[in-house]
Ligand binder design. Structure first.
Ligand code: KIV
Ligand code: ZN
Length: 539
């Protein structure tokens, strides 16, 4: 259990991976994945989880309710929901979070002249009235109310002060200042936050009101701006894991937390984050959202602790402090340890997974154990990183319309690359098989799947990397596809020691997400596809 403590030096970490982060194109998460991430965010020690936008859909509401119930325990974090400054949104938000021990309603309204004129069509005066209505209603339902003047970075200072004054009068306990479009620069932002704290009546130092910053990364300045906000007096930072979010993303949790942690003399501030959980959380979010982390990403990129140049390696061998300002262990990156092999049993696997922080039920362990055995057969030793990849891959199976049964490929310099793929339609309990040729084994497999699934799409991204070093390493594949209407993208993740199998699992993962989101996949496939075992129940 994580101990959260608060004093004048604490910066509250508000994680919005499940709300703003999930707004990243293609990052749609299932409710099982959201719950798993929320549990991990709790382990990481975040103070507030923004679990979603309950008014967006009944599914979003149900996911927030589940997180509130299961993660919002007395020892757990505050569970927050987002609501526009609209009565229906605020009431839906309360329905979502009310079962949490510490619920919070976060309501917002665009306050820049651009947002007022083009988005809501309100006058400044009408904007003030909306804020009054929204915060008053939220306060009547929930004691902990956060208000955000959206696009504050481009809002006129005098109007911003008026809006925030109304929010405080109506009972807002946290004032979050968003740079919604990633427009501001650090020195300017620090001065803005200082001025707002000094000039908003009833919200100055010692008033109990928490000031917060929420910065987007359009100019690559989100972390710098967030830290500048903290220098200006903000004591809550709104962040996401791996910096995912709208457009160029949000401020990355790991960058802000490790800046505060690595430079205590400069900031003299602390957080409740268990930094050793950072790498695991980053991998989980990357795998579930199918958004790979760029190799040179600070803190969590694959190269963040890699030293290539001879002079750097020489320095590292003499003393790691020559080229490392923090140790990999501080962020939970340990050298992959050799853990299990083909003689290890179910119990050993369960214990090791528990040590790695995964509490897997016996029912969920069964398919992981089977895949672990297959992996241990082909690979002498199974490392912690291999196990994490297998665990992260397991959600692919929960919402599958189409499931991979078997695949065989032939490729090389002689003949045409050919793939024969057998896939099960779980809705019709039907196995379908198709063979196709392509420019390579992955292309051939994807063509065979396309012929079976018949869900037109465009492959936007395909990336593969090895989980560990060595020729027998497991491969992780992430793909992103665009629906044929071109308006939505969907990601998929697959891990296997055979990269063609990992590629197929990733592609099917993305297709399944697309089919479920667009409500397809329920019509019985027919036509040129050869079907095997039609209507036969699988054993
Ligand atoms: O970027 C933004 O302004 C937001 C608000 C809803 C806080 O995400
Ligand atoms: Zn945002």
């Amino acid at each position: 259990m994580v101990m959260r403590t608060y004093d004048g030096q604490t910066v509250i970490v508000f994680d919005t991976t499940l709300r703003d982060g999930e707004q990243s194109p293609g990052a749609t998460l299932t409710s099982a994945e959201k719950l798993e991430i929320a549990r991990q965010l709790d382990q990481l020690g975040v103070d507030v989880i923004e679990a979603g936008f309950p008014a967006a859909s009944p599914d979003d509401l149900a996911a927030v309710q589940r997180i509130a119930r299961e993660v919002g325990t007395p020892a757990g974090p505050v569970i927050c929901g987002l609501a526009r400054a609209v009565e229906g949104d605020i009431r839906a938000c309360w329905e979502g979070i009310k079962e949490a021990t510490k619920p919070r309603i976060h309501t917002f309204l665009g306050t820049s002249d651009i947002h007022l004129k083009y988005q809501t069509g309100l006058t400044r005066e009408q904007g003030l009235e909306k804020v009054r209505m929204a915060v008053t209603l939220a306060k009547s339902l929930c004691n902990d109310v956060e208000f955000s003047p959206m696009d504050a970075g481009r809002t006129d200072m005098q109007y911003l002060l008026q809006v925030l004054t109304v929010a405080v009068e109506c009972g807002a306990t946290t004032l979050n200042i968003p740079d919604t479009v990633g427009y501001v620069v650090p020195q300017e932002w620090q001065r803005t936050i200082e001025q707002l704290i000094a000039e908003t009546p009833g919200a100055g130092l010692g008033s109990g009101v928490i000031w917060s910053v929420h910065c987007h990364n359009d100019l690559g300045l989100a972390t710098a701006n967030t830290l500048a906000g903290v220098m200006g007096g903000a004591r809550q930072v709104e962040v996401t894991i791996n910096g995912i979010g709208e457009r160029a993303g949000n401020t990355s949790l790991e960058e802000v937390v490790m800046s505060l942690h690595t430079r205590p003399q400069f900031f003299n501030l602390r957080t409740n984050i268990v930094t050793q959980e950072i790498t695991k959380t980053s991998r989980m979010v990357s795998n579930y959202t199918s958004m790979s982390v760029q190799p040179n990403k600070a803190i969590v990129g694959q190269n963040a602790f890699a030293h290539e140049a001879g002079i750097h390696q020489d320095g590292m061998l003499k003393n790691a402090s020559t080229y490392e300002i923090m140790t990999p262990e501080t962020v939970g990156l340990s050298q992959s340890r050799l853990v299990l092999g083909k003689h290890s049993g179910r119990h050993a696997l369960k214990v090791r997974l528990h040590e790695l922080g995964y509490d897997i039920s016996d029912a969920d362990l069964q398919p992981i154990f089977k895949r672990f055995k297959d992996l241990a057969d082909s690979k002498k030793t199974v490392t912690d990183a291999d196990l994490e990849a297998l665990v992260n891959d397991r959600f692919q199976g929960l919402n599958e319309v189409f499931q991979l049964v078997d695949i065989q490929v032939t490729c090389g310099t002689m003949g045409l690359p050919t793939a024969t793929v057998k896939v099960k339609n779980t809705i019709h309990d039907q196995e379908l098989v198709y063979a196709a040729v392509g420019s390579g084994p992955v292309d051939a497999s994807y063509r065979a799947i396309d012929a079976i699934v018949k869900a037109p799409n465009r492959l936007l991204e395909y990336s593969v990397h090895s989980v560990t070093e060595g020729i027998d390493a497991m491969g992780e594949v992430t793909v992103r596809i665009l629906s044929d209407k071109g308006d939505r993208s969907f990601g998929g993740y697959g891990a296997d020691d055979d990269i063609i199998v990992a590629s197929v699992r990733a592609y099917l993962g993305a297709l399944n997400r697309m089919l479920i989101a667009l409500g397809h996949g329920t019509t019985k496939p027919e036509g040129s596809v050869a079907t095997v075992g039609l209507s036969k129940k699988s054993e």
